[in-house]
Design a protein. Structure first.
Length: 171
């Protein structure tokens, strides 16, 4: 009974989310390539492989807003995890901690959002399908203007840290 209720509620939540999207860009994916739907350009995306018995992992992507109006990364979803959220690193009393960013990450025209190891990231909790080195896992990012874009993320044991907005590519 309880499970049925939860399931019904999550269906409701999904329906509510879908209603919010104003435009839907064609979902495209290209491993190790560059994703563009004319407004947002995504590079350097990767998912960290599941380690030991750790139920969680993280994913990374660099997003450049090539459009002429502000874009907001609203959410990320993955069929591989029970819960996928945007996580933000914050410094509190000299200690770095991470927490959910519920408002989304805004990317102004011409600006670049970097989600990379050691910084803000996509958090995947309660892995139902454990990503292993060499696999490719789909992650869908939803933007307020550009709509949803699905990235086929290569899984790596050690995704490289990325600094600033360098265009260098690590393979
Ligand atoms: Cu996190």
């Amino acid at each position: 009974m309880k499970i049925a209720t939860v399931f019904a509620l999550s269906l409701l939540a999904l329906t509510a989310c879908e209603g919010k999207q104003q435009t839907t860009a064609a979902a495209t994916s290209n491993v190790n390539g560059v994703i563009t739907n004319t407004k947002v350009l995504m590079t350097d995306y990767a998912m960290r492989a599941a380690l030991g018995t750790n139920p969680n992992t993280a994913a990374y992507v660099t997003i450049k807003n090539g459009g002429d109006k502000s874009e907001k990364l609203l959410s990320a979803t993955c069929a591989c995890a029970t819960k996928t959220t945007l996580h933000e690193m914050t410094m509190k009393d000299g200690v770095m901690s991470m927490g959910e960013n519920t408002g989304g990450f805004e990317i102004k025209p011409g600006e670049t959002l970097v989600l990379a190891p050691g910084g803000n990231h996509i958090m995947l909790e309660g892995l139902t399908d454990r990503p292993a080195e060499g696999q490719t896992v789909n992650v869908t990012l939803t933007f307020d203007g550009a709509g949803p874009v699905t990235l086929a993320m290569p899984v790596s044991n050690a995704p490289l840290a990325k600094s600033g907005t360098s265009e260098e590519h690590a393979h």
